[in-house]
Design a binder for this molecule. Structure first.
Ligand code: DX5
Ligand code: ZN
Length: 215
């Protein structure tokens, strides 16, 4: 059974408390929080005060995905805002090893996200330090995009690297996840599925979460 992390990027921003409470009552394991700065990605989502407001109502693990340049500057701020897991982009970190250590020292689980064009083998010398790798199965920036098929191969390759190195790193996949792509991702070795529009645009988000849990 995979970990399900619904993305609040697709929630109703005028009713964040209501939607977080719905997720608290649902079978969701984590809450996926997408922070975008308009520089690293061509979109601005929300920042620290909104993450803090979400955390105030959340009863589940806050899985924060930073799509921002210079994440090092904000690590402690996100810890204070309520993040339990902090994922930074490989493409945004020059000194990735230092960034990962800082996230752990701040008391959070540390993850690295890979854009669709970034190969999995680049993580070879950092994998043993990572709690999570987030494979982006769309180009980051927007919800509701279609799944990039090659992501399945990346999940398989990463799974093999993890078992070779005997680490406990979790594989999370983000973008275009629905029941069909989700089931193939789990077969390829994914541990956690992020789903935004598929959950929030459905008639019953909590039943959709339940269906993802049953994959
Ligand atoms: C995209 C974000 C995703 C987004 C996924 O940049 O990182 O988490 O919410 O949305 P869907 O599930 O609609 O592709
Ligand atoms: Zn995300």
């Amino acid at each position: 059974m995979a970990i399900v992390s619904p993305s609040l990027l697709s929630c109703d921003f005028a009713n964040i408390q209501r939607d977080v409470e719905m997720l608290n009552q649902s079978e969701a394991d984590w809450l996926h929080i997408d922070v975008m700065d308009g520089v690293f990605v061509p979109n601005i989502s929300f920042g620290l005060p909104v993450v803090k407001a979400m955390a105030k109502h959340a009863k589940k693990t806050m899985d924060v995905h930073l799509m921002i340049q210079n994440p090092d500057q904000y690590i402690l701020d996100f810890k204070n805002a309520g993040a339990d897991m902090l994922t930074v982009h490989y493409e945004a970190c020059t000194h990735l090893h230092r960034t990962i250590q800082s996230i752990k020292q701040a008391g959070m689980k540390a993850g690295v996200a890979l854009n669709p064009h970034t190969p999995v083998f680049l993580l070879k010398d950092i994998l043993q330090d990572l709690d999570l790798v987030l494979i982006m199965s769309v180009n980051p920036g927007f919800g509701g995009q279609s799944f990039i098929e090659h992501s399945i191969e990346k999940v398989k390759e990463l799974k093999a690297m993890i078992s070779d190195q005997n680490t406990h790193t979790l594989i999370e996949v983000d973008g275009g996840v629905n029941l069909e792509t989700g089931s193939r991702l789990i077969n390829a070795g994914a541990d956690a599925l992020v789903a935004g529009s598929f959950v929030f645009n459905s008639e019953s988000p909590s039943q959709t979460i339940q269906a993802l849990k049953q994959l």
